[in-house]
Design a binder for this molecule. Structure first.
Ligand code: PLP
Length: 469
């Protein structure tokens, strides 16, 4: 399987190369040259597999430069009961009326990003070992990416992590989780700005090709194809658990920010998984909902990005969106380049001519959920089922309600556990979210973080001084 770029100017590359690269050299995002198609028979043959074995099957379709036995070792190291200690690794939790949560947050940081990141940590170490190479991971996080990356990469040979986060904009739990790590290969950098500004600094440094190659910069942001591929696995898993017969359809509802999670659903659907709808939920930062309603993609400035009670979705520019636009434009890289040129010139691009295809061809619909919706949904679900859901998951449960259909399971991706967002849970139901036993002392641990101005030069200097020679 070779990879190409959404901008069309990248020589074909192997999985292991794009794994370590981040953005494609032409500024686009890497994609498989063509997607594998899964037949109904193959799907049926996967019903009895456990999660790690299913991951081997599906990731093996995207990765042909790692021997199968090695890949299997990596997936079992990523997906086992030690890393995901719940009764089930990815449980389905029924909420009634055909709606179920897909429990993606049973990992070490209580958020779905562990699902992809644990595999990424394994495959990074494997490929770096093979190449006798080292890598400095530079990332930006609005909360969950950073901690998932750090927990997956702590202590890994050959990897040093520099993680930028927006100072004062993450929940107390998220901060404690990340900043309490004392591993020498983990550097937490809190910038006085918002997430998009952190992301801009990552882009600027990764775009400085001399700096990038001198310091072996790599990325774990959701633009990394390996993360998308690892996320494709749980769309198959959810379908296998929620259906009993070939061809039966399900819909998925996805709390969305950078468009990474739902993009994996789009990929699964394009591979032939019987998905009826992909319901995209945003919070008040509704750039993506606006696109699916109007066909106009108009990212917002950092100052127009609201700090909400589902903070991991406080994103005004969706870094993975280009991969979907590539498909929308019939994989015409020239048109993709035009769109992103428009974006630079006018701050938006207009694909309203394709509006009728969004749902009919790709199954996409979208909706917004607000702070009040979030609180009401958390309270309602708790009252009806006794299950506590986190604010991001609540956004998707709220938006999904409009698309529930008789006989079609609505699978809502549970992207975090409520313990991470205690303040909002308290506000919704008047009592705090239970914190898992092993995380109770987290808040009391000493924290290790550098607070800095949101300035690319300052960050560059810090990396120069702290990257291994
Ligand atoms: C990252 C994250 C999201 C958004 O996922 P994207 O892939 O960026 O769309 C939603 N909810 C939670 C809890 C997250 O951590």
């Amino acid at each position: 399987m070779k990879y190409r770029s959404t901008r069309g100017a990248m020589a074909p590359m192997d999985f292991s190369d794009i794994l370590l690269e981040g953005l494609a050299p032409d500024g686009g995002l890497a994609l498989p040259a063509s997607l594998p198609k899964i037949s109904a028979e193959t799907l049926e043959s996967w019903r009895a597999l456990d999660y790690a074995d299913l991951a081997t099957e599906i990731l093996g379709l995207f990765i042909d430069d790692i021997p199968r036995a090695d890949l299997s070792r990596l997936t079992h190291a990523a997906y086992n009961a030690e890393v995901f200690p719940g009764a089930q690794m990815v449980p389905l939790k029924p909420l009634g009326k055909g709606v179920s949560l897909v429990g993606l947050s049973e990992g070490p940081t209580l958020a779905f990003k562990d699902m992809a990141m644990q595999f990424l940590g394994q495959v990074f170490e494997y490929v770096l070992d093979k190449r006798q190479a080292s890598l400095n991971i530079l990332g930006a996080t609005s909360g969950d990416t950073g901690s998932a990356a750090e927990y997956a990469l702590r202590g890994k040979r050959g990897v040093t992590v520099f993680m930028l986060s927006p100072h004062g904009r993450m929940s107390e739990f998220q901060r404690a989780q990340m900043y309490s790590l004392q591993d020498g290969n983990i550097h937490n950098i809190a910038l006085k700005g918002v997430f998009d500004e952190c992301q801009d600094i990552v882009k600027a440094l990764a775009g400085d090709l001399e700096f990038k190659s001198r310091y072996h910069l790599g990325a774990v942001n959701s633009i990394n194809w390996a993360r998308i591929a690892a996320q494709v696995v749980y769309y198959f898993w959810g379908w296998l658990r929620a259906t009993t017969a070939p061809g039966q359809r399900v819909s998925y509802a996805v709390p969305s920010g950078n468009f990474g999670n739902i993009l994996a659903g789009h990929v699964a659907r394009q591979m032939g998984l019987p998905i009826r709808r992909l319901v995209l939920a945003t919070n008040e930062n509704n750039v993506l909902e606006e696109f699916f309603r109007t066909g106009i993609y108009r990212p917002r400035s950092a100052s127009d990005t609201h700090a909400t009670s589902s903070p991991s979705m406080d994103i005004s520019r969706a870094s993975n969106f280009e991969r979907f636009v590539f498909d929308l434009l019939d994989q015409d890289a020239g048109q993709v380049r035009d769109c992103w040129k428009q974006l630079e010139i006018k701050g938006e691009f207009d694909l309203s001519r394709l509006l009728p295809l969004f749902e009919s061809r790709y199954g996409f619909v979208a909706g917004v959920s607000t702070h009040q919706d979030r609180l009401a949904t958390i309270k309602k679900v708790f009252g009806e089922t006794g299950l506590l859901i986190d604010p991001h998951t609540a956004d998707a449960v709220k938006v999904a309600a409009a698309y529930i259909e008789e006989g079609i399971p609505m699978l809502v991706l549970e992207t975090a556990l409520p313990a991470k967002f205690g303040e909002t849970i308290q506000e919704a139901i008047g009592q705090p979210a239970p914190v898992p036993e092993h995380l109770r002392e987290l808040a009391a641990l000493p924290q290790r973080v550098q607070v800095m101005d949101c300035d690319v030069h300052v960050v560059r200097d810090y990396i120069r001084q702290h990257a291994p020679a």
